[in-house]
Design a protein around this ligand. Structure first.
Ligand code: SF4
Length: 380
């Protein structure tokens, strides 16, 4: 078995970005920052070592370091973490190791140091190149510019990936497409383009535009994004993700594909041996990382829902037989009828591939995923 390892670095800016609902801890809360980080990394390594005996039959083929803002930490911390993993786990020679980086902490020197530590894939959180949009979403890391993207994409021997946000009010569709064209000309290997969402209890949630055309505006912008990226050679493989051939994210694919991953660090989640776990927040985690891991007990229906929520994000969808075998959910005529209805409405597409029934969203369905999931879940 080849699971991925996820490492969570929960530290981030004192003030969060206005749209952010990720778990993060402000760095300024702690008087002695370096001691605090040293302590976190020690705890993290002890957790990595503790669980290693559970995975003796496994070979790790991806590691993803996310946050928070992992690039706030000096590179030697990643040397320590990766050496610990390599010492206690079997890893494949062509392992994919990814780190998220913010424009504030980005530098060629830093990336090169991390590359020497074994990290070979970097995600630069550009989000927007537009000053007004940057201000609207209350983004705290500085605004990236085209020089930074050009430099980042030309660093040798790394897989350069870029994250952007589409559908921000105040940015016109043409200005967004202009930014995207600027990014594409430097040929990052992978682009994640997320549509801005207004998560509950974030400062952004009170700014939801009431203009009727807003949903239409976001959809139009996203349709143009898909057209531009696919015509520029990027494969659209997940609703928000596009890759040049063979540069899909091996690690993130595991989440959508219902494959196994082991999460380490405060707030990290895991899925292995058909069980899900989540780690507690920072203070409890530092106190005892082993006790901080709690199993998320799920019913067969919960598992079926999770499967659908993840797999329908993939442009290739899923095989119905695999849905039943992986979730143990019993076939039902009600579920079949709902699928038929969604096919009739033009939201789902059914194909027969070498005798196997495959189900996936149509182009229209991609924009109606929430309604599709609601219908499918109600029929389980
Ligand atoms: S940088 Fe990322 S994790 Fe940190 S506050 Fe902003 S969106 Fe959240």
């Amino acid at each position: 078995m080849k699971p991925g390892i996820y490492i969570h670095i929960p530290f981030c800016y004192k003030e969060k970005c206005d749209y952010c609902d990720f778990y993060s801890v402000p760095v300024d809360n702690h008087n002695n920052w370096n001691m605090h980080i040293d302590n976190y990394i020690k705890t993290l390594c002890s957790e990595i070592i503790y669980y290693s005996t559970e995975f003796l039959d496994y070979e790790i083929d991806s590691i993803y370091i996310g946050g928070g803002t992992p690039s706030l930490l000096e590179s030697h911390y990643y040397v320590t973490i990766l050496e610990t993993i390599k010492k206690y786990y079997a890893i494949v020679p062509e392992i994919e190791i990814t780190l998220e980086c913010n424009p504030d902490n980005y530098s060629v020197q830093y990336i090169k140091e991390l590359r020497s530590a074994g990290i070979n894939r970097f995600v630069l959180g550009v989000q927007t190149l537009d000053k007004k949009a940057h201000h609207y979403i209350g983004r705290k890391p500085k605004l990236a510019d085209k020089e930074m993207i050009e430099e980042f994409c030309s660093i040798p021997d790394i897989i350069a990936c870029i994250d952007i946000i589409a559908g921000i009010p105040l940015q016109s569709i043409s200005s967004f497409i202009h930014s995207l064209t600027t990014i594409i000309q430097y040929k990052p290997k992978h682009i994640s383009a997320y549509i801005l969402t207004f998560e509950k209890n974030t400062p952004l949630s009170v700014r939801i535009p009431h203009w009727e055309r807003f949903a239409n505006f976001q959809r139009k912008m996203f349709e143009k994004t898909i057209r531009l990226l696919t015509s520029s050679g990027y494969r659209h493989y997940e609703i928000s993700n596009f890759a040049l051939p063979n540069f899909e994210s091996r690690h993130n694919y595991k989440y959508w594909n219902f494959d196994e991953y082991i999460g380490f660090g405060a707030g990290a989640h895991s899925f292995y041996k058909n069980r899900r776990f989540f780690n507690s927040t920072l203070n409890d985690y530092l106190h005892n990382p082993i006790e901080s891991r709690t199993e998320d007990i799920r019913t067969i229906k919960d598992i079926a829902i999770e499967y659908l929520m993840n797999k329908l994000r993939l442009i290739d969808g899923f095989y119905l037989q695999e849905f039943y075998s992986k979730t143990n959910y019993p076939p039902s005529s009600r579920f079949d009828e709902t699928i038929d209805l969604l096919i009739t409405k033009g939201l789902l597409q059914h194909d027969n591939i070498a005798g196997k029934e495959r189900l996936r969203c149509t182009h229209e369905g991609m924009f109606m995923l929430d309604s599709i999931l609601f219908e499918l879940m109600s029929s389980l």
